[in-house]
Design a protein around this ligand. Structure first.
Ligand code: ZN
Length: 84
């Protein structure tokens, strides 16, 4: 098994943190209020919609010490190959 370059422990997996760009939408229910002549939101009908766009960055971290071991898929692959 490969060893973490930071803490020296043998690790068989990595923790992957992915930063993505996303659009967050919010759906409301609106109804017409004739007294105020306005559209009122019915806030208890809120529904959040997260639409993930693309991956901005990846961080492969040691599960033992949480330090970053690799920044890309290929680097992480090399990390495991090099530890054979
Ligand atoms: Zn470590």
């Amino acid at each position: 098994m490969p060893r973490c370059p930071k803490c020296g422990k043998e690790i068989s997996s990595l923790d992957l943190d992915v930063t993505v760009r996303a659009d967050v939408g919010r759906s409301y229910n609106v109804s017409y209020n004739p007294v105020k002549n306005s559209l009122d939101r019915t806030d208890n009908e809120v529904e959040d919609v997260i639409d993930v766009r693309d991956t901005l960055s990846e961080s492969y971290c040691c599960p033992e010490c949480s330090n970053e071991v690799a920044e890309t898929y290929d680097e992480a692959l090399e990390f495991f190959k090099g530890g054979e």
